[in-house]
Design a protein around this ligand. Sequence first.
Ligand code: FCX
Length: 437
Amino acid sequence: TKTVREVLEEVVPKKQLQLKQLKTEHSQAVLGEVKVEHVVGGMRGLKSMLWEASVLDPLEGIRFHGLSIADCQNVLPAAPGGKEIIAESMLWLLLTGKIPTEAETRQLSRQLAEKGELPEYIEKLLDSLPPTLHPMTQLGMGVAALNHESKFQAAYERGIKKNEYWQYALEDSLDLLARLPALAARIYRNVYNPGQPLPKVNKDLDLVGNYANMLGFGDNHDLTEYLRLYIAIHGDHEGGNASAHTSHLVGSTLADPYLSYAAGLYALAGPLHGLANQEVLRWQMQMQKELGDNITHDSIRESLWKTLKSGQVVPGYGHGVLRNPDPRFMALQQFCDTRPSLLQDPIVQLVKKTYEVAPAVLKEHGKTKNPYPNVDAASGCVLYHYGLTQFKYYTVIFGVSRALGCLTQYVWSRALGLPIERPKSLSMDAIEKLIKE
Ligand code: FCX
């Protein structure tokens, strides 16, 4: 059985060659135009970054090295006794482009579990934070402070060659991924269950199995499986989204993987991005309270219009790239469809009913280019059902997940020797001058 590092040692030279050929044979090929609308419109649709692990199609949704979510559900190993994709098999696919065997997956789980405990100074740092500090702020602080351990940074200071960067980047990335569950679970414990003992990392469990255990839900098989699916499918969503792009930009300065991912986390913490999953649940609960027992399609429609007329966005709907219902939303809905207890849950039902009317309302409203749900529309209600009711914590789970994609790209950016990012900006006067020329 090969380790993920051994597989990467075989794949890296091939990708390096592919990039070399692109640069020598096609560097002047045109991929699109840059229009004023791109410069003033958040660069939407502008093809301007290299990102290896996944590509997002507006209609089909995400593909990880060409595999759709359904493909991944068919081919990626699950946990022993489970059915859902686990973080390790998704990580293996993202990093190497290959489907891991059962044995490779178990070996990676073990490798991560063996380094899953937090250093004491991180525990002390987290324990000293006020429990009222948003869990995402705490997560970013913990991840950044872990760079005390950075092998990449230490090696850089020692003086290493550029072609060795990726190996230290990989070490740091695996160390960070291994510790994220303990870090995120300690934040949960400190904020919501102060004083409760935290279990140690179980070396025989997968990453998310351990995470569920440390959150206090280890005996809830369904929630553990849901978290596995959730964390696997939130792992990567190509490179242009705000968290991925932020971490990519920071990493391009050769800041280490910890600092680079901490930066990405703070982009994820914005309500138009990852924080939307917290907002969705808050908004749906408010709707439930206002509508009482009389929840019909008509009353939901009215409620949606109330949100829109008050100038707010409908959280969980719309997307910068997608123009169809998000297949991640569909996968999470499918999880609900196979469990009667979820189907009978009022908040799960409300999310489903909202989906039945919201696209038509958003189309009539006429602003959003995508009237369909994104992943955040569905992710919170299942957590709520299983007793993970503190929705300010939800984006932390997203944050544990997105590390899979951001750290994968960090490794690849170093392996490919990508340069520091430095796009050109223009003032409005400079744009007008260019138009006149
Ligand atoms: N409700 C109301 N109005 C919306 C809307 C929604 N859900 N989505 C977009 N719009 C509005 C925009 O605010 C914009 O209005 P403006 O012209 O007055 O500024 C107009 O429609 C055009 O926006 P559009 O091009 O469709 O969308 P963008 O690419 O600019 O933005 C996001 C995409 C996702 C930010 C946007 O749809 C949104 O705010 N959605 C709600 C928040 C959300 O769910 N975010 C999570 C997204 C994602 F899945 C994730 O990152 O986790």
